[in-house]
Write a protein that binds this ligand. Structure first.
Ligand SMILES: [Zn+2]
Length: 269
């Protein structure tokens, strides 16, 4: 039997209980087993417990006057409008997409920081619930906990608990002491953390991200926030996700770093 929904895809080969991917296109279904797909920048599709959770939707192709987007997202807004839950960490242009929010069915819940939930509504979110750090909300097999983040505006991260796994979506954040609590309280299996590549730092660079690995001690890290670059060369740094992975290796930490390009996905072992 073919799974229920197709997005961004048309070239899949189905075998009994096996579906695999050709030509880099993405197959999105109501999977029971967790699958994490990089749509682009901090927009990540987490399929778990039969639901599709989308983080920080950003489908713009051109960036803004200060930042360029060199590579397009793997899916269009239209292709992802039937997700089941949207997590918005904050209201910067590269984390919340007005046109996407407006085309989302009103039944799809959108979570956002409580302090700026009004702004997410103003940008088109219809079914918006504001959460404060450590607030929890359950969605039929998935528990979402908003967690602190340190950024230049009101921001929360999220922990997604489903299938006996905990995925920490850190959003835009600097290194923070709250990460020790995150590590000891949640023991995240998978952490999606920003490794910024520019000045003025808006998130963690390579070095801070390595310290975050120590505090969180997850099995796997997937770097995010890699989809925009400053237009001015003076704002760029040499930090990369690959450089971060090398630093983690040199530090002797046994967290696996999985670098996903737009359209690539990863399934926990
Ligand atoms: Zn931001």
């Amino acid at each position: 039997m073919l799974p229920g929904n197709f997005y961004c895809a048309d070239l899949y080969i189905f075998l009994p209980e096996i579906a695999y991917q050709r030509h880099g296109l993405i197959f999105i279904s109501r999977l029971k087993q967790m699958k994490i797909t990089m749509i682009g920048h901090s927009t990540v599709l987490i399929e778990t417990a039969g639901k599709r959770v989308l983080t920080d939707p950003y489908f713009g192709l051109h960036g803004n006057p200060a930042y360029a987007r060199p590579r397009p997202p793997a899916c269009t807004r239209e292709e992802l409008r039937s997700v089941d839950l949207v997590l918005v960490s904050h209201n910067h242009f590269d984390h919340v997409d007005r046109r996407f929010l407006r085309m989302l069915p009103p039944s799809v819940p959108v979570l956002a920081p409580a302090a700026t939930a009004w702004m997410t509504r103003l940008k088109g979110g219809r079914n918006v619930t504001g959460l404060r750090p450590w607030d929890k909300k359950s969605f039929d097999g998935i528990v979402i906990t908003a967690v602190p983040a340190r950024h230049v505006t009101f921001t929360v991260g999220y922990v997604i608990e489903a299938e006996a796994r905990r995925v920490y979506f850190a959003a835009d954040t600097y290194l923070g002491s709250f990460m020790r609590r995150m590590g000891s309280e949640f023991h995240p299996d998978i952490a999606l953390i920003p490794v910024t590549t520019f000045l003025i730092p808006m998130t963690m660079g390579e070095k801070q991200a390595v310290e975050a690995v120590r505090r969180l001690a997850p099995q796997t890290i997937i770097p995010i926030h890699l989809g925009i670059v400053p237009r001015s060369p003076l704002m760029r740094t040499s930090d990369t996700a690959e450089g971060f992975r090398e630093r983690v290796r040199q530090a002797g930490l046994n967290t696996e770093i999985v670098i996903l390009k737009e359209g690539e996905n990863w399934t926990p072992p």
